[in-house]
Write a protein that binds this ligand. Structure first.
Ligand code: PLP
Length: 405
């Protein structure tokens, strides 16, 4: 089978060769346990871990001591939300989040609801954005945490994080942001953006899978968390477990490369996306861009192709590795919860495809991808009675449907 062109950079990214090179010695030559205090093997590993901590901190404007290593964002999200609830639950039992968050946040919120917390799930607007006014209106005297992602993984919409952070600071409510898709792609500064807790993950930024971290603010305010994993008291008691030294070295190296190349990467991904959308939208009618075109992650293009079913599209563009939103995370054909929250309607939700461009994507690949998409949509629409009706000028809203549509 021919290897398809990888256009799924929001799902994961390949490890950058510079990152791999940095990691390799830590699998065999420098294999010490970073917690071994009594010999050089441990010291060398610990030094590498501390270098990584500083590299991550530098990328997000934090200090190294504020970085807690985890296995990725899912774990960091669990630690942040459950850790805050367990620590501050006596002050209040209300949390604010958004319906379009990643399942790691939504499912963690469902968990704490079972423990007596109340969660407000804000509805985003049609572009997937939540405004600072929406957040303000949801705050209560017993709100202890606002958990809102920096940028959405399905449509790429970027929230007004700085304003929401400032609001939370003013109201003395902790602000956690899932920045998994934002870090390394757009500037992130926990000080200027008033963030108290933030998670990021290696495999989304050309680093290894299974390595991520939680930023935990140490000053004004000092955030305290109840650990969710009992054990040897690693990471200042917040996350026990022997550190994944090669993974951590890779995560740090990925952050250092991301910091150095941020502008270059951003321009590259944006240019590819623009070229792709220009070609596709220029050749096909009725194509809809999902997300906020003004506040959107570079390299993320979520398009709906009305009168074409998403799954048939995926089959029709076999040479491209893309995602139909997160619609088919399970065997069910439920439309994506993000698109549903945005009220885009069933037709658009079912025909949505996410194209993700990144550091290793070339303009030739994008050109080829656009041609494939155009060809597949044209073919599939030839088979669509609905499209035929639209072409004939029939207003579909006046049509009486038999059964469900
Ligand atoms: N949050 C967002 C926005 C994501 O895109 C992902 C990855 O899909 C996660 C959380 C989970 O990250 P990880 O794979 O590191 O657990």
């Amino acid at each position: 089978m021919k290897t398809p062109i990888y256009l799924d950079y929001q799902a994961t990214t390949p490890v950058d060769p510079r990152v791999l090179e940095a990691m390799l010695p830590y699998f065999s030559d420098v294999f010490g346990n970073a917690a071994s205090r009594s010999h050089a093997f441990g010291w060398t590993a610990e030094e590498a871990v501390e270098t990584s901590r500083a590299q991550i901190a530098s990328l997000i404007g934090a200090s190294a001591k504020e970085i807690v290593f985890t296995s990725g964002s899912t774990e960091a999200i669990n630690l942040a939300i459950k850790g805050v609830c367990d620590m501050y639950g006596s002050r209040g039992k209300h949390i604010v989040t958004c319906q379009a968050e990643h399942k790691a946040v939504l499912d963690t919120c469902k968990h704490i609801e079972k423990e007596g917390f109340e969660v407000t799930y804000l509805k985003p607007d049609k572009t997937g954005r939540v405004s600072v006014e929406d957040v303000r209106a949801a705050l209560r005297d017993d709100t202890i945490l606002v958990a809102l992602m920096w940028a959405n993984n399905e449509v790429g919409t970027i929230h007004p994080v700085r304003e929401i952070g400032a609001l939370c600071k003013e109201r003395k409510i902790l602000f956690f942001t899932d920045a998994t898709q934002a870090v390394g792609k757009i500037p992130v500064d926990v000080e200027a953006d008033h963030v108290d807790l933030l998670c990021l993950s290696g495999h989304k930024i050309y680093g290894p899978k299974g390595a991520g971290c939680l930023y935990v603010r140490r000053r004004s305010p000092r955030v305290r968390l109840v650990a969710q994993m009992d054990g040897g008291g690693h990471e200042r008691g917040m996350r026990s477990g022997t550190l994944n030294v090669p993974g951590i070295v890779g995560l740090g190296a990925a952050c250092a490369v991301a910091e150095a190349d941020l502008d270059k990467d951003r321009e590259h991904s944006n240019a590819l996306r623009e070229a792709f959308e220009k070609k596709v939208l220029g050749s096909l009618d009725h194509v809809v861009i999902n997300g906020d075109v003004e506040h959107r992650l570079p390299g993320c293009s979520n398009l709906s192709f009305p009168y074409v079913e998403g799954e048939s599209m995926i089959m029709g563009i076999k040479d491209l590795a893309v995602s139909s939103g997160s619609a088919c995370t399970s065997a069910s054909l439920e439309p994506s919860h993000v698109l549903q929250a945005m009220d885009v309607g069933d037709e658009l939700a079912h025909s949505s495809i996410r194209f993700g461009f990144g550091r290793m994507t070339t303009s030739e690949q994008v050109d080829f991808a656009a041609d494939q998409v155009i060809e597949a949509v044209k073919k599939l629409r030839e088979l669509s009675p609905l499209y035929e009706m639209v072409q004939e000028g029939i207003d579909l809203s006046t049509v009486q449907w038999q059964g469900g549509h």
